[in-house]
Design a protein around this ligand. Structure first.
Ligand code: NAD
Length: 500
């Protein structure tokens, strides 16, 4: 069975007709990174169809905003159930379309189920506060209200989980959601969107709560510039965020940016080396280095640098690189040939600036058509520009430090601020790292990737400052209204002002 036939089968399994995919615009190139083969014919949505989707979501919002939040939760509960029932099919599509190994693809779908669980609980906990009024017979409170239509632009490397982080929360908050997925992953998006439609029909929610629009940057820009999109949540490269952020701000829209990372681990002399190395191999090589949270920099104390790099080099050399749908593979393909070229260019630049490739970096022949590489470990004399740039491929740069302040400074030298880890048994070091590392996610004896949905997810600096998923990230999807209620029967002004 070809990958195209398999993708068609998986789509049928979630109720999507593979003969008619997408809108009526241009054909989107839809191929698999596994072998470069063409998958199915998918058409982008035209300008008019995108405008229609935004209008439909706006119309649905008028109904959805007045639906009680716990009732809205029933839609997300049903969505989570349907995703659970179709977990294997969704994960199969993730593997075919973006090349994740099966276990990681299943993990991505599990994350969707988890966020639905969280959002259902949240639907009864959209708490506001009351505060004492300084005026007698007055009550002061803040209440959270639905915001409007949320636009979600997502990246290829988490083709469905990122949408669910936004959509599950936005839907219980009373918003409707227009989703533009990566042009590299339309099939998983079509499958997911079909499940949302079914969930909406099952619980009697308006059909326009979550339309999907397919296409490239131009379709994304239509969401960016639409005054009817109250919040634009955009996940992707820092380049994209730099364009999107000011454009949304210029129309006073709200923006939530989840952009590139350049994540580091500090490996201290007291660390448990086995624990650290095992954690770092997953963080650096998992998803073939194509996670926003992938480990890209190892800042290691000079006294343990050789021991750590020897172990890492051995591990990198033995990683099974290959077809992601085959049992035992740990490193699948890069998304497209351009990613492999960018990796080779970065390695050449690293070597030219004094780096030494200790392991990996070479192309791995796995049949025809795919871009497979062995994760690279590169010792660097310092953090040269290539180290401080995010190359979206599996390269782990190693830089040595002598004292802890230097390690902290090296860590914070990156312009991105997503995820960080320290491996140490020294509690004071761990606490200092937690306090000083300027990242949105900061771990102790845990690698940089693989966050849980319970905490807020996102990063500082060029990562964009957005927070999604758990904790109080839901507030970004609502508007806050502060209310003063006067039951005293008399006019009283605050601050003791008398007027007339
Ligand atoms: P990308 O920036 O090329 O594309 C991301 C999305 O933005 C796509 O849907 C694309 O069509 C759209 N887009 C691009 N330019 C646009 C514009 N000017 N206006 C509107 N939409 C536009 O990113 P990618 O290659 O798909 O993903 C990899 C990048 O995403 C990496 O930098 C990675 O670190 C980042 N990422 C970040 C997070 C996070 O949560 N911080 C999560 C996943 C990926």
């Amino acid at each position: 069975m070809t990958l195209a036939e398999r993708a068609a089968d998986l789509l049928r399994g979630v109720g999507v007709d593979p003969e008619s995919l997408g809108g009526s615009g241009d054909v989107l190139a839809c191929s698999s990174p596994i072998d470069g083969s063409e998958l199915l014919t998918v058409r982008a949505h035209t300008d008019a169809e995108v405008a229609e989707a935004i209008a439909v979501a706006g119309e649905a919002f008028t109904q959805w905003r007045v639906t009680p939040a716990p009732v809205r939760g029933k839609l997300v509960k049903r969505l989570g159930e349907l995703i659970g029932e179709h977990k294997e099919q969704l994960a199969g599509l993730v593997t075919i379309e973006v090349g994740k190994i099966s276990s990681e693809a299943l993990g991505e779908v599990q994350e969707m189920i988890d966020i639905c669980d969280l959002a259902v609980g949240l639907s009864r906990q959209l708490f506001g506060r009351t505060m004492p009024s300084e005026r007698e017979g007055h009550r002061l409170q803040e209440v959270w209200h639905p915001l409007g239509v949320v636009g979600v632009i997502s990246a290829f490397n988490f083709p469905v989980a990122v949408w669910s982080w936004n959509a599950a929360i936005a839907l219980v908050c009373g918003d409707t959601v227009v989703w533009k997925p990566s042009e590299l992953a339309p099939l998983t998006a079509l499958a997911t969107s079909a499940l949302l439609e079914r969930a909406a029909a099952d619980v009697g929610a308006p059909p326009g709560v979550g339309p999907l629009v397919l296409g490239g940057r131009d379709v994304g820009e239509a969401l960016v510039d639409s005054p009817d999109i109250a919040l634009l949540s955009a996940t992707g490269s820092t380049r994209m965020g730099r364009e999107v952020g000011p454009r949304v701000a210029s129309r006073f829209g709200r923006v939530l940016l989840e952009l590139g990372g350049n994540n580091a681990v500090v490996l201290a002399p007291s660390a448990d080396l086995d624990l650290a190395v095992n954690s770092m191999v997953f963080a650096a090589a998992g998803t073939a280095g194509q996670r926003c949270t992938s480990l890209r920099r190892l800042i290691v104390h000079r006294s343990v640098a050789d021991a750590a790099t020897e172990r890492l080099a051995r591990a990198f050399a033995s990683l099974p690189v290959g077809d992601p749908s085959e049992e035992g593979t740990l490193v699948g393909p890069l998304i497209r040939p351009a990613a492999a070229e960018a990796m080779q260019a970065a390695l050449a630049e690293a070597v030219a600036s004094g780096g030494e490739v200790l392991a990996g970096g070479e192309a791995v022949p796995v049949g025809a058509g795919g871009s497979y590489v062995r994760p690279a470990l590169v010792r660097m004399p310092s953090q040269t520009p290539v180290v401080l740039r995010e190359t979206f491929a599996p390269i782990l740069y190693v830089v040595a430090y002598d004292d802890f302040d230097e390690a902290l400074a090296l860590h914070n030298a990156a312009s991105q601020g997503l995820s960080a880890g320290i491996f140490t048994r020294d509690q004071a070091e761990a606490e200092r790292f937690l306090a000083v590392a300027d990242t949105g996610i900061t771990n102790v004896n845990v690698g940089t990737s693989g966050a849980e949905i319970g905490g807020a997810f996102g990063g500082e600096k060029e990562t964009g400052g957005g927070r999604e998923s758990g904790s109080d990230a839901w507030r970004a999807y609502m508007r806050r209204s502060t209310n003063t209620i006067n039951y005293s029967g008399s006019v009283q002004l605050a601050q003791g002002v008398h007027f007339g």
